[in-house]
Design a protein. Structure first.
Length: 410
């Protein structure tokens, strides 16, 4: 059978047992941990899963036609993602990836109308869902762990502080543009901590409504405004531009357009900070399951591609920081919170949705451990002397902020 041959080729570390629809059990691997046992409840899966494992495995798990015995989803993902480099060398996967690459230009085409539709697919879900697994500020991007602790609230607060320091917000009368402003937490933080004037852009109606409500509640109407607007529709100039968790949705075809727009929106002595998921290598197609069910239009950049577009736009890279395992920890904490509230999620949607989202969160977490994923923070400017000559100012600003908070709490 095709699936059995694929597993025999792929599983070399750890142990994977497959129980087919007829009840026959076959074991693959070297007998070591991690261990997982998969049961198929439909014979058709033995032929369909090998055609696109990422998509058809996910759909079988979502529909309940694939289950686990004496193990769970995490065990299976640990085995499979650990052996994923072997899978990529199989002739069937090479053909599948080649075919998917042929359509990637179409998938990466991201005009404003499609961008709005893609954003609505994910971010216009019920706000109650996000309250069940995110931190209190609804920061839906990689947190920043200054030590190996597991406090999500603290790590997301540290992320905001870290970004603020890189943006040099300790100057008066700054105008800041937040591209992809989410539920407004980052913009509100900047306005409260530095007094800057904030304009936020989102394509999600749910996020816009929540952001506007939060601004009104905080009494910051005069300093913060949020718009349902694509970055390509924005005009004016800003001293500071920030974009967190949005660049993954731009698409490689639009990198030049994106950085040219950033350049035109930024003052001559401006600073921009982009926080995005990226890849260390292999500019292959994004996971088919993620593309179809979670983030349609999503696309992970390589820094080599990003740098070329930055250079063509006439911008300068003044700082780059790579966050390696920070997102793996963030995703683990999100997954744990999601599972703790699983019954509430099921009442909002259904069990199929729960399986889809636990697969999304857990697969991404393990992917950050075993695959070539990372998060980068890219600081940009137009002039060589816009930011200080050493990175000391980042940590001095962060520590100064912590000290001020400690004194205020006394």
């Amino acid at each position: 059978m095709l699936l059995q041959k694929l597993f025999a080729f792929m599983i070399r570390e750890g142990t994977l047992s497959l129980i087919d629809a007829a009840g026959k059990k076959t074991t693959y691997g070297n007998g070591s941990a991690p261990n997982s046992t998969v049961r198929l409840h439909n014979q058709r899966l033995e032929y369909t899963i090998p055609l696109n494992p990422a998509l058809y495995f996910a759909e079988a798990y979502m529909e309940g036609t694939l289950t686990f015995e004496d193990s769970n989803l995490e065990d299976f993902l640990e085995v499979s993602l650990k052996n994923f480099p072997h899978l990529e060398k199989h002739w069937l996967m090479k053909i599948g990836n080649l075919l998917r690459r042929q359509t990637r230009r179409v998938k990466q085409y991201n005009p404003i109308r499609r961008a709005r539709r893609n954003v609505a697919h994910h971010y216009d879900l019920s706000g109650k869902l996000y309250d069940l697994f995110l931190d209190n500020d609804r920061q839906y991007s990689c947190a920043y762990f200054t030590s190996p602790h597991g406090d999500l609230e603290r790590a997301q607060a540290d992320k905001k502080r870290h970004i603020a320091a890189k943006l040099l917000l300790d100057r008066p009368n700054l105008k800041l543009l937040d591209i992809g402003s989410g539920w407004g937490g980052l913009g509100i933080y900047f306005a409260e901590q530095s007094g800057c004037d904030v304009t936020g852009l989102t394509l999600s109606k749910e996020q816009l409504a929540a952001s506007q409500q939060r601004v009104k509640k905080a009494g910051l109407d005069q300093r913060i405004r949020f718009h349902l607007r694509d970055y390509r529709e924005e005009n004016g100039t800003y001293d500071r531009i920030v974009s967190v968790g949005m660049f993954e949705h731009v698409g490689k075809k639009h990198y030049d357009e994106y950085f040219e727009r950033v350049r035109d929106l930024m003052t001559d002595d401006g600073v921009c900070l982009i926080h995005s998921i990226g890849k260390f290598a292999n500019p292959g197609p994004i996971n088919s399951f993620i593309q179809k069910y979670i983030f349609p239009g999503g696309d992970l950049p390589l820094l080599s591609m990003v740098f070329r577009s930055v250079e063509r736009a006439g911008l300068l890279v003044t700082d780059v920081e790579i966050l390696r395992l920070h997102y793996a920890t963030t995703l683990r904490l999100w997954h744990d919170r999601f599972q703790a509230n699983r019954s509430k999620v099921a009442r909002l949607y259904d069990e199929r949705f729960c399986r889809m989202w636990e697969l999304y969160l857990k697969a991404c977490e393990i992917g950050f451990y075993h695959q070539d994923l990372m998060v980068f923070q890219l600081q940009l400017a137009k002039k060589l002397d816009t930011v200080p000559l050493t990175r000391d100012y980042i940590y001095e600003q962060e520590h100064g902020d912590l000290e001020r908070r400690a004194h205020a709490a006394e």
